[in-house]
Ligand binder design. Structure first.
Ligand SMILES: NC(=O)c1ccc[n+]([C@@H]2O[C@H](COP(=O)([O-])OP(=O)(O)OC[C@H]3O[C@@H](n4cnc5c(N)ncnc54)[C@H](OP(=O)(O)O)[C@@H]3O)[C@@H](O)[C@H]2O)c1
Length: 416
């Protein structure tokens, strides 16, 4: 049972112990129980567990979110991620929707945009597009100065030195970020594009590296929101990853950081007076991260997204109402793995999940409109199923699954 940050650390320690013990390659059942997938610690446990499931192929890893339910009622479940409410089992799906509906333009001509982690690959690509397409003033924030290549890229983008600024600050420290924001003045949009390399197999992942990798996403997101204080930018965009839904082997810390960041983003969106968007990017073409995983991405059926396409998707996401959006491109097999119903099944899924949301009694917290676990806050995650169809996207919905004799089993991903 995960309770608070301590619970995530305990889970890490248990897994670490199990992985390092003799015979760790054998069969084992691990069921992680959480109270709310919208609590950052529980969300981190979910991302971590997903990665453990991918890496430890003979382990049967399940997560069960029980809300206010009794943890004693949970028995080991079939591998997968579930929510259990009033005796009924649900699963999360990423539901594609037709994105032909318009998005209101949000990016201003000549606006000022702060990109935290902006001297990284994705941040620089975004900066380039902001300057080229919108004549923006872009403020890049990182702990270290850009290396020679990046400095040359910035110089080429802004020969006069009036459009792009680089400020040094540690995004885990609100005070340092606040000092940058104070120097910048009016800010129209803020983007969080922070991560640190944290890829390691579970056997090689020590506690410090795990916490560092996770905090690079979660702590910096919280610190950025804190630093923004009473400011009212047009938006705050948080760059997360499709790892939130995949949990690749060797990326347990990153996956935990991403799911925690998603939950923090959703909570900020509910609390802050300006739009907060969480973007779960698929692979970003040309980035070192994508290069490091090139073979694995190809094998998984993920198509890297060109920066121009990514930027256009971002512009649309900012102008729409969904809080969490996955922008990905890949084969149907890959999309199935992250929970996108097969083409044509979306309407069925929506109908089915909607009917279940109606049929099931509310668990007492905010009821959700449309599909969802009764009593859980509505989540909207959008995705683009293929380069030809992007950005087709839709809300995350939870999908009912059957559970019998202590093991949850999915009848069908789209019929529940
Ligand atoms: N690249 C992809 O294919 C891909 C796919 C999915 C999602 N994403 C997301 O996109 C974002 C950017 O990824 P990327 O590929 O551009 O990574 P990257 O090239 O490693 O850039 C990350 C940047 O974050 C900065 N950073 C790390 N810790 C920081 C801190 N405490 N304070 C301030 N800056 C910090 C780093 O600069 P310093 O070390 O100098 O601080 C670095 O410039 C991440 O959120 C990632 O999760 C990327």
């Amino acid at each position: 049972m995960i309770e608070g940050e301590r619970g995530v650390l305990d889970l890490f320690r248990i897994v670490n112990h199990l992985v390092l013990r003799p015979g760790s390659g054998g069969e084992l059942a691990l069921t992680v129980v959480t109270r709310s997938a919208d609590d950052p610690a529980s969300a981190a446990a979910l991302g971590f567990a997903r990665s453990v499931r991918s890496e430890c192929e003979r382990w049967r890893v399940a997560t069960v979110d029980i809300g206010p339910g009794d943890p004693a009622a949970v028995r080991p479940a079939a591998p997968g991620d579930y929510a259990l409410r009033a005796g009924r089992w649900y699963r999360e799906v990423l539901e594609p929707v037709d994105d032909t509906a318009g998005a209101r333009p949000v990016l201003r001509e000549g606006g000022t945009y702060v990109v935290v982690g902006g001297t990284g690959d994705v941040g620089l690509d975004i900066a380039e597009q902001l300057v080229r397409r919108h004549g923006a003033r872009v403020v890049l924030v990182g702990r270290s100065a850009p290396d020679e290549d990046r400095a040359a890229r910035i110089k080429a983008l802004d020969p006069s030195g009036t459009r792009v600024e680089v400020h040094r600050a540690d995004a885990a420290r609100p005070g340092e970020l606040r000092a940058v924001l104070d120097r910048v003045g009016d800010v129209h949009g803020v983007l969080h594009s922070v991560t640190v390399p944290s890829d390691r197999s579970l056997a090689a992942l020590d506690e410090e590296s795990f916490l560092r990798g996770m905090a690079a996403k979660s702590r910096t997101t919280e610190a950025l929101a804190e630093a923004l204080g009473d400011r009212r930018p047009d938006f705050l965009a948080l760059f997360s990853s499709v790892q939130s839904f995949l949990g690749n082997p060797g990326q347990a810390a990153y996956a935990a950081g991403c799911t925690a960041q998603d939950a923090i983003g959703r909570a900020l969106a509910a609390r802050l007076p300006y739009p907060v968007r969480v973007v779960n990017w698929g692979a970003w073409s040309g980035s070192a991260l994508t290069e490091r995983h090139r073979d694995r991405l190809a094998a998984a059926g993920i198509h890297p997204l060109p920066p121009e396409a990514g930027f256009e998707a971002l512009s649309r996401v900012l102008g729409r109402q969904e809080v969490q959006v996955a922008v990905v491109s890949g084969t149907d097999g890959f999309l199935g793995r992250i929970g996108v119903p097969a083409a044509g099944a979306g309407a069925d899924a929506r109908r089915q999940a909607g009917a279940e949301a109606e049929a099931a009694p509310s668990a007492g917290t905010a009821a959700t409109a449309g599909a969802g676990v009764p009593g859980a806050p509505r989540r909207r995650t959008r995705c683009s199923p293929s380069s030809a169809r992007w950005p087709v996207s839709g809300p995350v919905s939870w999908h009912r699954t059957t559970c019998s004799a202590g093991s949850a089993s999915t009848r069908s991903r789209t019929r529940g």
